[in-house]
Ligand binder design. Structure first.
Ligand code: NAD
Length: 328
């Protein structure tokens, strides 16, 4: 078997690449390096530099590398940008997926893993989000992920392709500093960024209906997430019939205040946070029910929030003065 990893130069894709090659899987990466970094690539893994929107390149690469399965991570992922430029997100995320699926099914590839997101759920008012919780995304990014899942399942049904959609919750940490996420789009790097600039971290609302009044999220270590992909790939290698959709989270919540305490401990910077008003659209709590992934993949997250924050901090220190070529 050979697995094509689209987006393999990205933060999550590079971890998936390492998990698969470390377990002896043959891999080829396709990436246009639009938000990825060459430093994350492995010299031993072939790379096709190009876009998921280029159908001819895809068809040629799938044939040349005799690809038998695809893990599709390549996408735009910034929620705010998706609200400012929705047509770009639909064109790139759904257009890329549609082009890839045409090439994949045309090449007779029978296994497909799709990077989805907890953003498909929107802001449900439930203790634990299960895969059966109704999907109601609240931004174009989440909409492209939900429509992407529909497209993946429809293509699977039409062409006898086994598919798995993984709905990641809040991904954090890194397995090695060179694989770190250097974008400042999530709460952990945002706090690091403020500390590095000598500013206090911010809390948006401490009057939410949660134990300490701050928002609660489900953080999953990116190395655990990569292991979930390996488990999904191994399951698909047996060519099971049909499709599977799974939450990938720890099933445990961490509040913003708890996160800030951990960040203060690992960074040694314990300045008091500024409490600002709640932001519109922030769900008080978003925590996965992780049972189905355990049952179907035999996978559960092993690394805790302290390990995530510690590794993220080491990655941040290694990259806070990136070379221009490595900047997003
Ligand atoms: N990071 C998170 O917290 C999170 C949470 C849920 C879901 N996801 C999803 O996981 C996937 C990977 O996210 P990430 O955090 O690693 O992002 P990233 O930006 O680090 O990686 C995306 C990679 O895809 C490449 N890429 C983008 N568009 C492409 C295209 N059209 N053709 C070829 N390559 C292209 C980029 O160059 C980059 O290397 C995305 O689909 C994202 O929506 C991420």
């Amino acid at each position: 078997m050979t697995w094509m990893i689209t987006g393999g130069a990205g933060y999550i894709g590079a971890h998936v690449m390492r998990a698969l090659t470390g377990a002896g899987e043959r891999v080829v990466v396709l990436d246009d390096l639009s938000s990825g970094a060459a430093r994350r690539l492995d010299p031993g893994v072939p790379v096709v530099r190009g876009s998921a929107l280029d159908g001819e390149l895809l068809a040629r690469s799938l044939a040349e590398h005799q690809v038998t399965g695809v893990v599709h991570l390549a996408a735009r992922k910034q929620v705010a940008e998706s609200m400012a430029r929705p047509s770009r997100y639909y064109a790139d995320n759904l257009g890329g997926l549609g082009t890839l699926l045409e090439a994949v099914t045309g090449a007779g590839v029978e296994r497909f893993v799709f990077s989805s997101s907890a953003a498909v759920y929107g802001t449900p008012d439930v203790e634990l989000i299960t895969e059966d919780t109704p999907c109601a995304p609240v931004n174009p990014y989440g909409e492209t992920k939900l429509a992407g899942e529909w497209l993946v399942r429809a293509a699977g049904r039409a062409h006898g392709m086994s598919t798995t959609c993984l709905r990641y919750f809040n991904v954090a940490g890194c397995a090695a500093p060179e694989l770190a996420d250097t974008g400042v789009f999530n709460v952990i790097p945002m706090v690091f960024d403020r500390l590095t600039r000598g500013e206090a971290p911010r809390i948006f609302g401490d009057d939410h209906p949660t134990p300490d009044g701050t928002c609660v999220r489900d953080y999953v270590h990116v190395a655990d997430l990569a292991d979930a992909h390996l488990a999904a790939v191994r399951r698909l290698s047996g060519k099971p019939a049909g499709d599977l959709t799974l939450n990938i989270g720890r099933g445990e919540g961490v509040s913003v205040r708890e996160l800030l305490t951990l960040i203060a401990e690992v960074s040694g910077d314990d300045r008091a946070p500024l409490v600002e008003p709640r932001r519109a659209g922030d769900a008080p709590r978003a925590v996965a029910c992780a049972r189905r992934a355990a049952e179907e993949l035999g996978w559960t997250a092993r690394r805790d929030a302290r390990e995530m924050v510690g590794s993220a901090w080491r990655g941040w220190l290694a990259h806070r003065s990136p070379q221009p070529a490595e900047q997003y």
